[in-house]
Design a protein around this ligand. Structure first.
Ligand SMILES: [Cu+2]
Length: 304
C-alpha cells in the first residue's frame, strides 16, 4: 500500500526504523522527509524460514522466505547510517545468507552463510543513496532467489527526498509445475534452470494489484520504487497513459532521466520512477515485455 509521507519525523523515531520494516508486508513505507545529520544504526531482524505463501489467485507455494513473506520487509536507511542485520536461520536443513546490493563490503564476511539454526549479526555502512535489491546469496543463488528470498532496501540521500506518495514494487517470477488440481505450485531448481516462469508478480503475487488497485490522488506526486528481484527476468517498467517525469537510475538523485515512457530495470537492479496523474482513471502498470505481464506482472493505479 502507498504511504503518504509526513512532513517531518520526530528525531526519537530514528531507532524505530525496524518498526517500519515490519509493517511492509503490505509495502507501506516508513516516512522520511527531514533526514537528521547524525548517522544512526538501523537494526534489521531477518528470519530465514519456510512458509506457504499465496503467489497467484488460488495458488500457493512452499516458499523460502525472509520473515515469512515474499518479498521480505522493506528496509530503509539514510546515507551514512550503519545497517545492522541480525539473521536468524530457522531452516533446519540448509544455510542461508543475505546479500545487500546497498553494501560495499567483502561478501565473504558480510554476506556469509548462516548455518541451520544459527543466528549471526553483521553490519555495513550505506554510502550511496538509492533503491537496491537484497537477496539470499547462498549457493545456488538461482534457487534461493527463485524460492522467494529477496526484498528491497531504500537508502535516502542527505536531506531526504521531497514529499511524495510512495509505492514499492518488487517484481519477481516463480517456476515449477502446478499440482493439487492447480492449487499448488511445486517449484523446482530444474525448472528455474530450464523452463519459463509459471508466474510473474509485483510484490509476490501474480495480478495482485489488478484485483486490488493502488489508489492514488490526481495531481499528487508519485514516487514508485521498482526492484527487479528475478531471479532471471528484469522489468520493462511502464505505466499505460503516463510518461515518467523522471527516472532516477538505481534511485540515485544524481542519475536523472526525464520524459521516459518505459525503462528497463535489469535483474538484480532497481530504479525510482516519478510521475503525476493529471486525470482520473485506471492506469495499468506493467512490465512491457508483455509475455511476462500476461503471466502476472501487471497492476493498476486508480487515480481519483
Ligand atoms: Cu537462502
Amino acid at each position: 500500500m502507498p504511504f503518504r509521507q509526513p512532513k517531518s519525523r520526530p528525531a526519537a523515531s530514528r531507532r524505530l526504523r525496524l518498526a517500519a520494516t515490519l509493517v511492509t508486508a503490505s509495502f507501506a513505507l516508513g516516512g522520511v522527509a527531514a533526514a537528521s545529520a547524525a548517522a544512526d544504526v538501523v537494526e534489521v531482524k531477518l528470519t530465514a524460514k519456510h512458509k506457504k505463501v499465496k503467489i497467484a489467485p488460488g495458488v500457493h507455494m512452499k516458499a523460502w522466505t525472509f520473515n515469512g513473506t515474499v518479498p521480505g520487509p522493506v528496509v530503509r536507511a539514510d546515507v551514512g547510517d550503519t545497517v545492522e542485520v541480525r539473521l536468524h536461520n530457522a531452516d533446519q536443513h540448509m544455510a542461508h545468507s543475505v546479500d545487500f546490493h546497498a553494501a560495499q563490503v567483502s561478501p565473504q564476511v558480510v554476506f556469509r552463510d548462516v548455518a541451520p539454526g544459527a543466528t549471526e549479526t553483521v553490519s555495513f555502512e550505506v554510502n550511496q543513496p538509492g533503491v537496491f535489491l537484497y537477496h539470499c546469496g547462498t549457493s545456488p543463488v538461482l534457487q534461493h532467489i527463485g524460492m522467494g528470498m529477496y526484498g528491497a532496501i531504500i537508502v535516502d540521500p542527505i536531506g531526504g527526498r521531497p514529499p511524495a506518495n510512495e509505492t514499492v514494487l518488487v517484481q519477481s517470477e516463480f517456476y515449477g509445475k502446478l499440482k493439487n488440481k492447480g492449487k499448488t505450485l511445486k517449484s523446482s531448481y530444474k525448472a528455474m534452470r530450464t523452463k519459463d516462469p509459471k508466474y510473474t508478480a509485483f510484490n509476490g503475487k501474480a495480478f495482485r494489484y489488478q484485483r486490488h488497485p493502488i489508489d492514488v490522488e490526481v495531481g499528487e506526486p508519485q514516487r514508485v520504487y521498482v526492484v527487479a528481484a528475478g531471479p532471471t527476468l528484469g522489468s520493462d517498467f511502464h505505466v499505460v497513459g503516463e510518461i515518467f517525469d523522471a527516472v532516477q537510475v538505481d534511485g540515485n538523485p544524481a542519475n536523472v532521466l526525464t520524459g521516459v515512457s518505459t525503462y528497463g530495470v535489469p535483474a538484480g537492479g532497481a530504479s525510482l520512477f516519478e510521475l503525476t496523474f493529471d486525470e482520473p482513471g485506471s492506469y495499468p502498470f506493467v512490465t512491457h515485455a508483455f509475455r511476462w505481464a500476461d503471466a502476472g506482472a501487471l497492476g493498476l493505479f486508480r487515480a481519483e
